[in-house]
Ligand binder design. Structure first.
Ligand code: DGJ
Length: 386
């Protein structure tokens, strides 16, 4: 009898051990990444907030099948203290019921959510790219939701086309009026590129507000926050200052890389300089990443090289940037976060997290099958020895 009890207890223990996912001690880019329940993370196009000793990962919750690229559930949140092991915190922003007429109703498109904490209001503020249901990518809006807790629930506030009736900084008087014949310029000519830089699309969208698609939010050392988004039919990135409560725009904005066709912006600040990593525009297909540096967030931005090196650098290791994560408590430790999209079955999408290093001003990426935060100690030791 006793033996039977012992066997049953051992079996139960073995089953519990099996159900308990193994503690992870490293990043394994591109591999299935189980959460605390053993389910592959579902936070695509994501970003990370560090708050009171915990990291919070927010991203698009995708479902299986073709419909999965539109918002069927909402924005998923996970938390972690070590960046390797993530606890499912549930849906932070839930879509409104289909047919409710809400801007975030089920079937709308909610992409690239980013959450920041506002010291002045004590609120957590989530920004994301919003497309209205049934309108493809035509609405091109950026939207905001707010919560008292990092994990949510987030209450939807509103969507914006930023820059209504506002010219960008340094926009010349002469550029405020259309140039005869500009509409007939061919997009592959230098004249067209010049016309874009001198406001061809900015004038078009001056009254309704500028388009805002792929986006990120960046909070500077002085607490000022910026929404950086693909605008002008994805030709030009815009950087727009947020109000002190982070829930609206001040009207100060500028362009980055006019006519450069950049998407998927990810930004960080290092030694007083701003670094931007983007992708080109090829839908869900990967392409070569780009990088830029500036001494002021308002520019001028200098274009650098593709930060990726080695095999598959030309397709950023089959991924697209989404965020640059400064590791808390470590100087000069940044992680490049990217998505490996699987549009036919979006829920399978993978995560490419790699250490970001710098050669002078040039951000650099190198593929690693497996790595841990110790690489930053090794890099520091090497720098000190040189
Ligand atoms: C590329 C963007 O970076 C993604 O966020 C998504 O909008 C796809 N395009 C849609 O094709």
């Amino acid at each position: 009898m006793k033996k039977t009890y012992l066997a049953a207890a051992l079996l139960a223990l073995a089953a519990a051990a099996q159900a308990q996912p193994q503690k992870r001690t490293a990043f394994e880019p591109g591999k299935t990444w189980p959460d605390n329940k053993g389910t592959h993370l579902n936070a695509h196009g994501g970003g990370v907030l560090y708050d009171q000793g915990r990291y919070y990962l927010f991203g698009e919750h995708k479902i299986a099948g073709g419909k999965g690229n539109s918002a069927q559930v909402g924005v998923h949140c996970y938390s972690s203290t070590d960046l390797y092991n993530w606890t499912d915190e549930g849906i932070a922003l839930t879509v409104a019921p289909a047919g409710s007429g809400s801007e975030i109703e089920q079937g709308s498109i909610i992409e690239r959510p980013k959450v920041v904490f506002n010291q002045k209001t004590g609120k957590y503020v989530m920004w994301f790219h919003l497309e209205l249901k049934g309108k493809g990518y035509e609405a091109a809006r950026t939207a905001v939701a707010v919560s008292d807790r990092a994990t949510g629930p987030y209450a939807y506030v509103k969507s914006y086309r930023p820059g209504v009736g506002q010219w960008p900084l340094g926009f010349q008087e002469a550029w405020k009026k259309p140039v005869p014949g500009e509409k007939d310029l061919k997009w592959w000519t230098p004249d067209w590129t010049k016309a874009v830089a001198e406001g061809l699309f900015i004038r078009r969208d001056f009254a309704p507000g500028q388009m805002a698609r792929d986006m990120t939010v960046f909070v500077d050392d002085d607490g000022t926050a910026y929404n950086i988004h693909s605008s002008e039919d994805n030709l030009t990135l815009h950087v727009a200052e947020l109000t002190p409560d982070y829930q609206g725009f001040t009207g100060r904005w500028n362009t980055i890389a006019p006519a450069g066709h950049n998407e998927a912006p990810a930004l960080c600040k290092r030694n007083g300089k701003y670094y931007l990593i983007t992708s080109g525009c090829t839908g869900w297909e990967p392409n070569a990443a780009r990088s830029f540096v500036a001494s002021s967030i308002w520019g001028p931005w200098t274009a650098l090289e593709n930060p990726a090196t080695g095999p598959q650098a030309n397709i950023t290791y089959n991924s697209q940037s989404t965020y640059i994560l400064p590791v808390a408590g470590r100087q000069d430790a940044f992680i490049f976060l990217a998505d490996r999209w699987t549009p036919k079955n979006p829920i399978d999408g993978g995560y490419i997290w790699l250490p970001l290093s710098f050669e002078g001003d040039q951000p650099r990426l190198q593929w690693a099958d497996r790595w841990d935060l110790g690489v930053f100690d090794a890099a520091k030791a090497k720098a000190a020895a040189n």
